[in-house]
Design a protein around this ligand. Structure first.
Ligand SMILES: Cc1cc2nc3c(=O)[nH]c(=O)nc-3n(C[C@H](O)[C@H](O)[C@H](O)COP(=O)(O)O)c2cc1C
Length: 228
């Protein structure tokens, strides 16, 4: 940590403020692999409920596939095809997130290397979380939504990380979900029993002609309330 805290705050906010949903990228510039890895690392480090990391990210460098992915979002396709790359954000399906699933076991045993007794206790806590009456994650649909909304955390992390190194992004929700998932499955990229697509992130350098200055945002008192 060579810079002091105030400098770091300033640098962070300055880069974050310069971020915008980029609708036209510079087609002459490619995002280096190491910069993509930096952006993807921010996703990988994102916290998740129970530490289950219910997501996966597919970074598409292949131009033909990238363009076909954007074809599933017709309103934006032409603009997004100017992006150098696209990251597909996948959210785990509900069957894989039940306390009794093989995936939960894999996370606790192989990734986190808990002992058998620790795993038993954690699974019991997790079972109670999923089965308590007031739980927001008790049935297939609500577990699915739980997984889906968590996947927006790494999406956000990637947007912010990219902004810190001058790389532009555009998060996209308006793709044809079924069309895209079918295409990815046909390509052998997606197993729909395991994951669903929750968002796309176009990545590239912004076309200098469209770089926006300033932000329209709600006024601070409408967003932040202090209680001392
Ligand atoms: C989760 C998410 C999904 C979005 N999906 C779309 C989209 O499908 N199409 C689109 O044109 N913009 C999309 N956007 C961009 C927003 O419209 C944009 O971020 C917002 O208007 C604020 O503008 P700014 O990002 O330039 O500050 C999305 C943004 C987020 C965060």
């Amino acid at each position: 940590m060579t810079t002091n805290i105030n400098e770091r705050k300033e640098m962070f906010l300055e880069s974050y403020e310069s971020r915008f949903a980029c609708k036209k990228f510079d087609t002459t510039r490619e995002v280096a692999r190491e910069d993509m890895e930096f952006i993807l690392d921010s996703a990988k480090l994102t916290p998740s409920s129970f530490g289950l990391e219910p997501w996966k990210f597919i970074a598409v460098n292949n131009k033909d596939l990238k363009n076909r992915i954007f074809d599933t979002a017709p309103r934006l396709a032409e603009a997004m095809k100017t992006a150098d790359k696209v990251i597909i954000v996948l959210a785990k399906n509900s069957s894989e997130l039940r306390y009794s699933s093989g995936y939960v076991n894999y996370m606790l045993k192989d990734v986190k290397e808990f002992s058998d007794s620790q795993i038993k206790a954690i699974k019991e806590g997790y079972r109670k979380f999923q089965e308590r009456e007031s739980s927001s994650v008790y049935d297939t649909m609500s577990i699915y939504h739980w997984s889906w909304r968590q996947s927006y955390l790494p999406l956000s992390a990637m947007i912010i990380a990219a902004s810190q190194i001058g790389i532009a992004t555009c998060p996209i929700e308006e793709y044809g979900e079924k069309q895209l998932e079918r295409m990815l499955e046909d390509e052998g990229i997606l197993n729909r029993n395991e994951y669903s697509v929750s968002a796309l992130l176009a990545v590239g350098y912004a076309d200098p002609a469209i770089i926006k200055e300033g932000k329209e945002r709600k006024f601070r008192p409408d967003v932040v309330e202090w209680i001392d």
